[in-house]
Design a binder for this molecule. Structure first.
Ligand SMILES: [Zn+2]
Length: 248
């Protein structure tokens, strides 16, 4: 017997409504855009939630804050259209700045209780050598919010949402940017969509950098498919939500 017999690794393709929480506006697509495009194509509702305002990565120093915000939003909408994202939610915490972990967790609890996704995706906060605090905070806050979503004594940031919430099942949580993936998802049929989405983020990634990023993604996406019968893949660590505590 293995632990998977008791807590089976859920099938991401069984999901109907997916909440994909990213620290920055391009992380979902860089890490798992091929998977999200496939899920959307299959008819699932794909919702992106971005934690920070992304202002620190804007390359054009002459842009005002308002112009930069507008330009970021245009990139994000264009990429979302390519992937098939149904809704984009922005929390606007300060990019690479100071913000409260528990405030973020409360906001995530609010959206999980309000949207009631059956699958949640985010970045792996336990990625060794990850230096960006936004990634560590986001991944951990999402994992805790998934673990605590049914505990009504743990408040979200919106008492009305908490009062209306009667519970729902989250079948699984999937971490991208993980060093311990337990599955490689075939994204060969959505590879082109992923790459055009990634190229949409020009406010932060100028064309030369985008070329380099695409080459790196191509190399990694093919390398992990070694020995498999498909060409491009994205790695994920997929867990049953109950596996998020006490080493189960
Ligand atoms: Zn990021």
């Amino acid at each position: 017997m293995t632990i998977e017999t008791i807590l089976p690794v859920p099938d991401i393709f069984s999901a109907n409504r997916i909440l994909c929480v990213q620290p920055h506006y391009d992380d979902n697509d860089i890490a798992a855009g091929g998977i999200f495009a496939q899920l959307a194509k299959n008819g699932a509702e794909v919702i992106y939630l971005t934690v920070t305002d992304d202002l620190m990565g804007v390359v054009d120093a002459s842009l005002t804050t308002d112009a930069a915000t507008q330009s970021l939003a245009q990139d994000q909408l264009a990429a979302g259209k390519i992937i098939g994202v149904k809704q984009q939610i922005l929390l606007n915490y300060p990019d690479a700045g100071v913000y409260d972990y528990f405030a973020l967790r409360r906001d995530l609890l609010k959206y999980i209780r309000m949207l009631q996704p059956d699958f949640v995706f985010t970045c792996d906060p336990w990625l060794t050598y990850e230096a960006h605090h936004d990634h560590i905070q986001t991944g951990l806050a999402v994992a805790e919010a998934v673990l605590f979503s049914s505990l009504s004594r743990i408040a979200s940031s919106d008492p009305k949402v908490d009062a209306a919430y009667t519970g729902h099942s989250i079948n699984g949580i999937a971490f991208y940017y993980s060093r311990e993936p337990n599955q490689i998802v075939d994204i060969t049929s959505t590879w082109e969509k992923k790459i055009s989405a990634v190229r949409s983020y020009s406010t932060q990634i100028p064309p030369d950098d985008a070329d380099q990023l695409v080459m790196a993604l191509q190399f990694k996406s093919q390398q992990i498919c070694d020995g498999k019968d498909f060409q491009y893949g994205e790695p994920l660590k997929v867990l049953h939500p109950k596996a998020l505590h006490c080493g189960l």
